[in-house]
Ligand binder design. Structure first.
Ligand SMILES: Nc1ncnc2c1ncn2[C@@H]1O[C@H](COP(=O)(O)OP(=O)(O)OP(=O)(O)O)[C@@H](O)[C@H]1O
Ligand SMILES: [Mg+2]
Length: 189
């Protein structure tokens, strides 16, 4: 297998029609935060809110995962987005909306930005760490791993285009799934 395939090609995350996203509008519990990508405090504010929200809602074992997921999704907005022209003026700060919604069986984290271009997962086969040996830099790409990390921490990951432009990346945590209680990221700074 050619290891460079991991970084040379990519596939989009699954996409949902924006009509379907309306069905998640009414949640039992809901919190939201609006940030600007240019703010140096944006990622920390989002991380802290993710952790606090999950703990307040009794999802202690997933609070660290939520924190890591939000951190990566905010970093992606900061690094990769150019707002759609119809949504903003050139040079204006880029808006990020972070929302948390919860039902008895699921909790969703949604990160909305003003760029309608899709997030892309790298294509290729996942390496076994055992095969990497002593030279991980020879076969592992320097970037393009963030969404794979997110995918490994959540029960489902997809994105949906906004009706007026932009998009939302959505993570679903299934309460009571095998992953519950297996949080790999403990809370903390
Ligand atoms: N919010 C976003 N808007 C537009 N494109 C995105 C967004 N998030 C991710 N992408 C695209 O998907 C690709 C993969 O994202 P991913 O987070 O996996 O890797 P990365 O950010 O390039 O590197 P890493 O996270 O490993 O530092 C990015 O390179 C970018 O092209
Ligand atoms: Mg990334």
């Amino acid at each position: 297998m050619d290891p460079t395939r991991l970084s040379r090609s990519a596939r989009a995350l699954p996409v949902l029609d924006s009509n379907e996203t309306r069905s998640v509008a009414l949640a039992q519990r809901f919190r939201a935060l609006t940030l600007f990508a240019e703010s140096p405090d944006a990622a920390k504010a989002a991380r802290d809110m993710a952790q606090t929200t999950f703990r307040d809602w009794g999802l202690h074992s997933r609070a660290g995962d939520a924190r890591a997921v939000v951190s990566e999704l905010i970093a992606n907005v900061v690094q990769h987005t150019t707002p759609d022209e119809c949504l903003t003026k050139p040079g204006a700060p880029r808006r990020i909306d972070v929302a948390f919604r919860s039902w008895p069986k699921w909790t969703f984290i949604e990160v909305t930005d003003e760029d309608s271009s899709p997030p892309m997962l790298p294509m290729g086969e996942v390496f076994s760490p055992a095969l990497v040996g002593d030279l991980p830099e020879a076969v592992l790409p320097d970037s393009g791993r963030g969404l794979l990390m997110v995918q490994s921490l959540v029960d489902a990951l997809w994105w949906a285009p906004g009706e007026q432009g932009g998009k939302t990346v959505v993570c679903r945590f299934d309460l009571g799934s095998d992953r519950l209680g297996n949080g790999t990221h403990e809370g903390g700074e």
